[in-house]
Design a protein around this ligand. Structure first.
Ligand SMILES: [Zn+2]
Length: 296
């Protein structure tokens, strides 16, 4: 008797808890590939596309912005430059979603091409901003710190008040989706890579949103003059190889050949992508250091 009541109560709970059908509508991925065939500008408009599960590309031809959707609210990872903010908002609407349902904004690194649009997106959505401690300081400053290799080379962005400081490696939950921030310093001190589990089920493929790893700098900067930065870079970028990584996505789609993979030239899912991405960056850093030595 008790068993039967328990079963029917459980069934009732199941019915009442079942969410209304949540199904954003993305155009076919070919629309994105066609729009960006010969374009990679930071503000070149691109239609949205579904990457996997509830993870959607809503950026431009040259800059990745990811929307991870759920009936309980959405998360945006990165914003693109300021001039791309209206394009990102239009893409969210094109998926049939309301920008006001974006609850949180996260970022890869605090350079204007990835976070220049954050202030505008925050204003348009009402979302809050969360970041790891070093990135939080960079977002609130609104320009690179003097020890950033690109200090003086790139301009700033509208400073952002960070609402929540996250803890490295501790998952952040929104509805059925999980986001884990990992400090992977190198490109900037606050460089952050994210592991997203956004398929709405208990077990989801890990989408690694791995930060830029390029050793780019202002003209007068020499990495070899900054051994502490180089050591931090090696450690941060090496960490990328250790992240759960079913699908690697990067802040510039070209860094991980995202469009080529979506076009079928290579597998979209490949567990070794993060390892290769990390290794290539470390090789490039060594090449840069060798070049500096040769120029001495
Ligand atoms: Zn950058």
């Amino acid at each position: 008797m008790f068993g039967r009541v328990a079963v029917s109560l459980a069934a009732l709970a199941l019915v009442s808890a079942s969410p209304t059908r949540f199904a954003p509508k993305a155009p076919p991925v070919t629309a994105l590939l066609d729009a960006c065939q010969d374009k990679d500008g930071w503000a070149d408009p691109a239609p949205p596309a579904r990457i996997d599960g509830q993870v959607y590309y809503v950026g431009t031809c040259g800059i990745t912005v990811l929307l991870v959707a759920s009936a309980q609210g959405h998360v945006l990872l990165d914003a693109g430059p300021e001039e791309a903010a209206p394009l990102v908002l239009a893409n969210i609407r094109r998926l049939g979603l309301n920008p006001h349902d974006v609850k949180w904004l996260f970022a890869s690194h605090a350079h204007f091409d990835h976070v220049g649009g954050l202030a505008a997106l925050q204003k348009a959505t009402g979302a809050r901003i969360a970041a790891l401690p070093d990135q939080a300081r960079e977002l609130e400053k609104g320009e690179p710190f003097p020890d950033d290799p690109q200090f003086g080379l790139i301009h700033g962005f509208t400073p952002i008040k960070v609402d929540r400081v996250l803890t490295d490696g501790v998952p952040f939950l929104l509805g059925p989706n999980r986001f884990t921030a990992f400090a992977t310093p190198g490109h900037t001190r606050g460089s952050t890579s994210w592991v997203i589990r956004g398929c709405g089920k208990k077990v989801c493929p890990a989408i690694a949103y791995t930060d830029s790893t390029s050793a780019v700098s202002a003209e007068s900067y020499r990495f070899s003059d900054h051994p502490a930065w180089v050591a931090m870079f090696r450690k941060g970028v090496a960490r990328i190889a250790t992240l759960p990584c079913s699908i690697n996505v990067t802040p510039h789609p070209s860094q991980s050949a995202l469009f080529e993979r979506l076009a079928g030239d290579a597998p979209v899912a490949d567990h070794e992508q993060c390892e290769r991405y990390s290794q290539q960056a470390l090789t490039k850093l060594d090449e840069r250091l060798a070049k500096e030595r040769a120029a001495k």
